[in-house]
Design a protein. Structure first.
Length: 800
DNA sequence: TAATTCGCTAGACCGA
DNA sequence: TCGGTCTAGCGAA
């Protein structure tokens, strides 16, 4: 009897245990809400390799494992193109983990494979299903007969967010004692605050009799069939807190699609609040993930800083003590409600903004939003490799043990080539760079651990890296087959995007798609050299960089021969000075010539043309690498590596540097630059510079006790802790150098304890402003003395 | 259970 | 007190 066809959006996969069997559940959003289907047939399994499979099978069946863990079936896997492999199947995940941990009890040598892949992920891999994408099921009742991916199309998701404010009487809030004061709930175009027992005037506040009623109302809102619930730090705070308060009040907190309450799962070092079906997107975790991928660049991750950095809006912060005060006195309640509402609105805004990108990542790597938003670059690559292994009939290589990965960490290899720049001011510059250098080298030279050092003498002759490693030219490597697919898809999408136009209807989706692909493409090279990689190959990583050095240097040589002056180059780029007799067109022709000689998909593109640029000299007299400033023909500045782009310099120094660069590159006026510097020095000396322009931001990267060298940031942090402030590892602190103390560290103090005007002018002149601009002015023939009020005659002392 | 290497610079630290 | 070395953080690609 044929089953019913169901098509919907796959939100989640998990498993339940009933009667000693683990059963896969799919959460699919259909026209009638989020429905749950079960695949009762799919079993947990892993593989073992044995010299003699028959003996191994007997030995496995004859072994007793603890707690009655048992293998339900042993077979030769159809999936794997390798002999000597057995597939061990289990009734439950519990059986699998029991047997897996005691496999060495079996009296024949067995090597385990794919034993650490969680059951739900296993299901997704084996069925090539796309979470956050369309799925097609054949079902009988709620039982799945067949599951397959559906047609690719744009989906809309129901997204909401919530946030809590809690009481914290003189300490951190404790959910066992301290009530939730108010909760906010945001959905598209609407947000409300739920509170109780107090008088509010704002229309968006709904007031209840007590906490229990208010929280019940929140739970009701969260239960309305959402696809995604956003929080900001809900993994560590809002969900665990709400869970406990609901328990205390006897409120049913069954907001998951199966009616169960959120579960706090251990994930790495911290926790994750896991819902079933409906996806919990912790916008904070997502931003940490995106920051590591380089999608966003954020310093601090508290919501106020994030909103400031992403949207340029100042979001005020109400301190915990103030919240308590407002609640107790009843003064300023509407302000607090406002604040609470903004928090959930911000969580929703952040979540919604990056959702298209996240969804594409989910679909490409075939994992859920919950997993992907809490993952890392290496995990994304790993998911892709696992998917490919499944399709290619290959075993997924095991993770290295700690010892192996430690050993790997000690073995490094040579990276990209960085050319020493020609210091000074230059006019008429073109920057050329290789598009996606590392992935295109890998594709074009078939660099993959499984294609290295093949048996063919011919390949050795035709496709050897400068390191001497060679790669097969007959059979495509596994990583390369993945890269090629990603690369080709991205090219297609970019073409579509170009045709449709940046402001067209589907542009957001297409852009998210190409961005996701780009992120993945760029993650592969690093994964080759990553010590915990399943596909680690230092030889491959080194071959990639060796080829990169060869290509970029070759471009430089060609450019010189073509009559350009190579000013600088870093890893994948060449900065060329175009001589007066040459035109932009000659650069285009040069690039076209290079491209006609490049292998495979490698491509050199013109990044841009610039009117003027400056490279500076180090103290040692060499040209400084990774530091330059350019201005294009429309007056747009590009500042790279300079103090201006560094967070651990004071704004006064950074701003002065930018203005000086502007005066020189835009106006061509060193005199103007001198004037700017003198103005700033004068302001500093007169004590008129506001505190905010003096704050240096630095991250505390390890426990304060572990520092061998006590720098200003560590000193400031220690002093702050002595005053009762809490500073965690990872927090970014802002400090100011004050007047009282001997060393710089003695004089450093956390910004919040410093009064306006209390700063060491000498320090800010000598150690911040002057160093930031002197390198630039020196290129124009000016000395330290020239920066001083009164001109060349003055000594350094005159501005001290 | 954080993809890589290359590079700059500051300020502490330490021994003469 | 000076100068060299090392620790530390951050950025480029």
């Amino acid at each position: 009897m044929p089953g019913k066809e169901i098509e919907g959006v796959l939100l989640d996969v998990d498993y339940t245990g009933s009667g000693g069997r683990s059963i896969i559940r799919l959460f699919v959003r259909t026209a009638s809400g989020i429905e749950i289907f079960e695949d009762t047939e799919f079993r947990p399994y892993f593989f073992v390799r044995a010299r003699d499979t028959e003996k191994a099978e007997k030995a496995l069946l004859g072994t007793a494992f603890s707690d009655g863990a048992r293998i339900s079936k042993i077979s030769k896997p159809k999936r794997i193109n390798e002999l000597n492999i057995l597939q061990l199947e289990f009734d439950s995940v519990k059986d699998l983990t029991g047997v897996r941990s005691e496999i060495n009890k079996v009296p024949v040598a067995l090597e385990r494979f794919e034993h650490d892949i969680p059951f739900a992920k296993r299901y997704l891999l084996d069925h090539t299903l796309l979470p956050m994408g369309s799925v097609r099921l054949e079902v009988e009742g709620s039982r799945i007969i067949r599951a397959a991916p559906g047609a690719e199309k744009e989906e809309k998701y129901g997204v909401c967010a919530f946030d809590l404010e809690t009481l914290s009487p003189g300490r951190f809030s404790d959910p066992a004692k301290d009530p939730v004061l108010m909760a906010s709930f945001a959905e598209k175009n609407n947000a409300v605050v739920l509170s109780y027992g107090k008088k509010f005037h704002s229309g968006f506040v709904k007031t209840f009799r007590d906490e229990k009623e208010a929280l019940s109302a929140l739970v009701q809102k969260l239960q309305q069939g959402w696809d995604i619930i956003c929080t900001y730090n809900g993994d560590s705070f809002d969900f665990p807190y709400l869970l406990e308060r609901c328990k205390k009040h006897g409120i049913g907190f069954g907001i998951s699609s199966d009616g169960s309450a959120p579960k706090i799962k251990k994930k790495g070092r911290d926790n994750a609040a896991r819902l079933h079906g409906v996806q919990h997107l912790d916008a904070y975790k997502m931003l940490v993930f995106l920051a590591r991928l380089g999608v966003v660049s954020l310093i601090k991750f508290d919501i106020e800083s994030v909103v400031g950095a992403l949207y340029g809006e100042t979001k005020r912060k109400i301190a915990a003590a103030r919240i308590n005060e407002i609640w107790e006195t009843g003064e300023g309640l509407d302000g607090l409600a406002d604040y609470c509402r903004e928090d959930s609105e911000s969580a929703l805004r952040i979540g919604t903004q990056y959702l298209p990108l996240m969804v594409e990542l989910c679909r490409i790597v075939k994992q859920t939003l919950f997993e992907v938003s809490r993952s890392s670059a290496s995990m994304l690559v790993e998911y892709l490799i696992m998917n490919k292994c499944g399709l290619a009939g290959a075993l997924i290589a095991n993770k290295p043990d700690d010892e192996t990965s430690k050993q790997r960490m000690l073995q490094t290899y040579k990276g990209g080539f960085v050319m020493e720049p020609l210091p000074g001011l230059h006019e008429n510059i073109a920057i050329l760079d290789f598009s996606s250098l590392h992935p295109t080298i890998m594709i074009s030279h078939n660099i993959s651990p499984d294609s290295r050092a093949c048996g063919h003498e011919e390949c050795r002759g035709k496709n050897s890296a400068p390191t001497g490693q060679w790669f097969c030219t007959k059979k495509e490597g596994l990583l390369v087959s993945i890269l090629k697919e990603l690369f080709e898809r991205r090219m297609e999408i970019k073409k579509e995007l170009k045709q449709a136009g940046k402001n067209s209807q589907g542009a957001t989706l297409l852009d998210a798609r190409q961005h996701a692909l780009k992120i993945l493409l760029n993650s592969f090279y690093g994964y080759l050299g990553y010590s915990r990689s399943r596909f680690y190959s230092r030889e491959c990583a080194a071959a990639v960089t060796a080829w990169s050095r060869q290509y970029v240097q070759w471009v430089g040589e060609k450019a010189e021969k073509a009559g350009f002056t190579v000013l600088y180059g870093d890893t994948d780029s060449a900065h060329l000075e175009i001589p007066p007799e040459k035109s932009k067109k000659s650069v285009e022709e040069f690039a076209a010539g290079i491209n006609s000689e490049l292998p495979g998909v490698m491509n050199l593109e013109i990044e841009g043309f610039y009117r003027r640029g400056i490279f500076v000299t180090k103290e040692s007299g060499e040209g400084a690498k990774k530091k330059y400033a350019l201005i294009d023909h429309d007056g747009r500045l590009k500042i790279v590596g300079f103090e201006y782009v560094r967070r651990d310099w004071a704004p006064i120094a950074k701003e002065t540097q930018k203005e000086v660069i502007m005066a020189i590159l835009r106006d061509g006026s060193p005199e103007k630059a001198i004037g700017i510097i003198r103005d700033k020095v004068r302001l500093l000396k007169e004590g008129r510079v506001p505190k905010k322009d003096l704050v240096v931001l630095t991250q505390i990267k390890k426990p304060l006790g572990k520092y061998e060298s006590i720098g200003p940031h560590v000193a400031a942090a220690k002093k702050a802790i002595a005053r009762g402030r809490e500073i965690d590892v990872g927090s970014v602190i802002g400090y100011v150098i004050t007047r009282s103390g001997k060393s710089i560290s003695d004089r450093s103090c956390l910004e919040e304890y410093v009064n306006e005007g209390n700063y060491d002018a000498d320090y800010y002149i000598q150690n911040q402003v002057i160093p930031a601009v002197i390198k630039i002015m020196k290129e124009l023939g000016y000395s330290r003395e020239d920066l001083v009020q009164g001109g060349k005659q003055s000594s350094i002392g005159s501005f001290c």
